[in-house]
Structures are given as structure tokens and as C-alpha cells.
Write a protein that binds this ligand. Structure first.
Ligand SMILES: Nc1ncnc2c1ncn2[C@@H]1O[C@H](COP(=O)(O)OP(=O)(O)OP(=O)(O)O)[C@@H](O)[C@H]1O
Ligand SMILES: [Mg+2]
Length: 229
């Protein structure tokens, strides 16, 4: 599902954010990416969703060779990859329902299908009763559930989350991880989650990749937290 070979990223500023990384992630896996600030986690995510291009090496996500992808094809590729950010990034003037629907409108789905799928997604993220609320009328945990709903509305093969619990308290973080686990199980979505949350990583053990200065320094199949502070 995800295949990186010898991927290096050097930003225009000269910063080497990733140094010859190789990584294989199978369909249906749920993987944590951890590491100190500046270790390259967000850079790795951006390379996987086509926001940044690798300077060197091969990147293949959901059957697409990103190193050969022309800019015009990026929107089509993005349909295969859902992305969730720490700060939710919802559209403030759209309701919960409309925020999720928007993800389907931009890929020109039919109205009747959109309504059906949005209802299905809102049920999955347990927000049916908030469909008509605006983002400023719901809690942080609920906002993140809307953002996750929006990211999976298109049924992407891969869901990438960059610190989805970063702005949430432990209880809300538990809700989010439970939701991601359900999506992983029920929709078969491959999930990559960047996190700083040691407790979460220890409690919900999964394959864990540790980045340090742009290198993968550990890849633990059994999960478990490696101190990097
Ligand atoms: N657009 C950019 N231009 C230049 N340098 C960048 C850019 N984005 C990130 N960097 C640098 O690349 C390195 C890796 O950054 P990255 O954002 O991937 O780290 P991170 O692991 O996500 O950190 P954090 O935990 O703070 O989010 C850092 O040294 C950072 O300053
Ligand atoms: Mg980051």
C-alpha cells in the first residue's frame, strides 16, 4: 500500500528533513509515527500525500508512483488518501453535514449519493445529532470527528493523520483512537498516525516507527514506546 525506497527530502533552505528512508506498509495496517520535534514526521506525511515531492528516492502510495506523478494528476491521486490535521481545518461557515458533503462535492459525486454517504459517515463518527451544527458550536473532540469523517467520506485506501489528538484531552484522544481503530477494522483503511502521545502509544500498541533527525531508528512491530526526549 505504501512503499518508500531511499527517500531523501532536502528543503530549498538546505534542511535535510529525511535521509534515505525505506519503508513498507501493507494494506490494512495501523502504524504510529513518533519522534522528537523536527525529526521529519510531517515531512514524511507530506511526501505521502503529494504535498511535497521527494528530492531523491521512490515513493509509491496506493499503486501510484508519486515520483512520476504530474502536478495535474495530484487531485486524482488525493482521492485515495484522506488527511487529518491537528487543528481540524473545518470550513467555519458550513455545517457538520456540509463539511463532510464538501469532500464529495469536489469530486463531483451525485447529490443523492452524497446525502446517503454523509449520513453513513456521520453515523460512523457518531455525530448524527450534530449534522446541522456549525464548527464553532461543537467541542474539539467533535470537530476532530468531523475532520475524520470528511477525510474518509471518499473511502480512501489510506488515512494519514498528523497529530490528530494533539489539541485534545486524554479522554477525547481515547475517543479518536477508538474511532480510527473502527475505521481501520470496518472500512479496511490503512492508517498512519503521527503522534506525540506516549500514553496512547503504550496503551493501544501498534507497529511504531521512530524517526530521529530524518532517519528511521526503530520500527517495532509489537508496538511499545521508545523514549526519544
Ligand atoms: N517548508 C519547509 N521549508 C524548510 N524547512 C522545513 C520545512 N518544513 C519543515 N522543515 C524543516 O525540516 C525538518 C523536519 O520538519 P518536520 O516538520 O517534518 O518535523 P516534525 O517531526 O513534524 O516536527 P514536529 O513534531 O515539531 O511537528 C525541521 O528541521 C524543519 O525545520
Ligand atoms: Mg510535524
Amino acid at each position: 500500500m505504501i512503499k518508500l525506497e531511499n527517500v531523501t527530502k532536502v528543503y530549498k533552505t538546505g534542511t535535510r528533513a529525511l535521509n534515505g528512508i525505506s519503508l513498507y506498509i501493507n494494506q490494512g495496517e495501523f502504524v504510529y509515527i513518533i519522534g522528537a520535534t523536527g525529526s521529519g514526521k510531517s515531512t514524511l506525511i507530506k511526501i505521502l500525500n503529494g504535498e511535497e515531492a521527494a528530492s531523491k528516492g521512490k515513493v509509491n502510495v496506493a499503486g501510484t508512483d508519486l515520483t512520476k506523478l504530474r502536478t495535474g494528476r495530484i487531485p486524482y491521486f488525493r482521492r485515495n488518501v484522506g488527511v487529518v490535521y491537528q487543528d481540524f481545518c473545518l470550513l467555519p461557515k458550513k455545517t457538520v453535514f456540509e463539511n463532510v458533503a464538501f469532500a464529495l462535492e469536489v469530486v463531483s459525486e451525485k447529490t443523492i449519493y452524497i446525502r446517503k454517504r454523509v449520513r453513513e459517515v456521520l453515523k460512523l463518527v457518531d455525530l448524527e445529532e450534530k449534522a446541522k451544527s456549525f464548527p464553532n458550536e461543537i467541542s474539539g473532540g467533535q470537530k476532530q470527528r468531523v475532520a475524520i469523517g470528511r477525510a474518509i467520506a471518499n473511502k480512501p485506501k489510506v488515512l494519514i493523520a498528523d497529530e490528530p489528538t494533539g489539541n485534545l484531552d486524554p479522554e477525547k484522544s481515547e475517543e479518536i483512537i477508538a474511532l480510527l481503530e473502527r475505521i481501520n477494522r470496518e472500512e479496511g483503511t490503512t492508517i498512519l498516525m503521527v503522534t506525540h502521545d506516549k500514553e496512547l502509544v503504550e496503551k493501544h500498541k501498534k507497529r511504531t516507527i521512530l524517526l530521529q533527525d530524518g532517519y528511521i531508528v526503530a520500527d517495532l512491530m509489537e508496538g511499545g514506546y521508545v523514549s526519544h526526549d
